[in-house]
Design a protein around this ligand. Sequence first.
Ligand code: SF4
Length: 176
Amino acid sequence: MVIATGISSVVTQLLTIREFLTQFKGNEIVIALILFNWLILGGIGTLLAEGIGDTIRVSLTGDPVQEVQSGYEILKALNIRQHGPTIISCPTCGRTRMDIVSVIEEVEQALSEIDKPITIAIMGCEVNGPGEAKEADIGIACGQGMALMFKKGKVIRKIKEKEMIPCLLSEIKNWG
Ligand code: SF4
């Protein structure tokens, strides 16, 4: 079976090449160019399949150490690679109940050394916040002076504003 397949393959290739040469008789340069491009594209395809080109280069004006983190953030946003926590936050609006920007800054700072792939949602109100908070691994929907904490889509506790960040960090550290 293997020998028959090999023979038929060789015969098919010979017939194809013969037909090819008949069609392009007198156009050897064209044939050479087609074969050259074929080989080059095949080679490039092999290199790409082996990973050459799977790189990302980020240039920042500031501290170059941040370029690595920015690269990870781009890959996380594209769902190509998870590295450390992913924080989702709301853009804030007239319904926002807390200073979400400073909450996120504090949480980001506290999580800078954690490399667990976990999704955290920090949302600014109890109206639209729960929807997004439920989708994350751990989510917070802020209310007036309090917040609801979600874990895997379920409410696990109602916490006071001043306890919110420590509780959130504790849940994240115990995650997984
Ligand atoms: S989650 Fe609430 S506070 Fe945040 S943008 Fe949506 S409606 Fe506004």
